[in-house]
Design a protein around this ligand. Sequence first.
Ligand SMILES: [Zn+2]
Length: 199
Amino acid sequence: MPAKITSWTETTPKERSPPPPERISNHRWFTERMNALYQEMRSELPLYIQKTAEEKMRNHSLAGLAKEQEVMGLMLGGAFTHDGRIYAIVRDVVTTNLDASISSVRFHEESMEGLFDSLDDLDFEYSIVGWYHSHPGMGCFMSETDVGTQQGVFNLPHHSALVLDPLNHELEAYYIHENRVKLRAMGIYWDEYQDPYRG
Ligand SMILES: [Zn+2]
């Protein structure tokens, strides 16, 4: 297993300012309650997803929809602190061959090695900050299996689960606190040199 994967359990976030308000947006697939949460917490979001990482997840879910398949992948980035609060940044996503049907998805065990290889190809220091998967036509929620995955694998406070419904164009994010699924406030951000929402 590559050494870098040890960052899975990295728990000492660095101090860093989050993306500024002028480079944060809601997501066009947000459900009503995700939008409400975004508006409420816009100045101190716990999760920021880089625009190109967001596009990869959305396009992945749409490609899966065309094949009547769920898709799934890992969200990579880092956890940081600012003014005493912790937040996560997603800079990229990775995926691998999947055993997928319309209602279930899981990584091929033999593909895990390939996934770790693609982690090694990334040119920034990352840690795994969560996972995403799609619910084609089923709406956004955390199934019992999803909750089990979250509790078993993504159980640090800054870990999130993102669920996309590419048919209904819906997106929600979650985390688990004291064994209860909670909605995770999040925003899309873009780097200074890219501004896809203007011009
Ligand atoms: Zn699910």
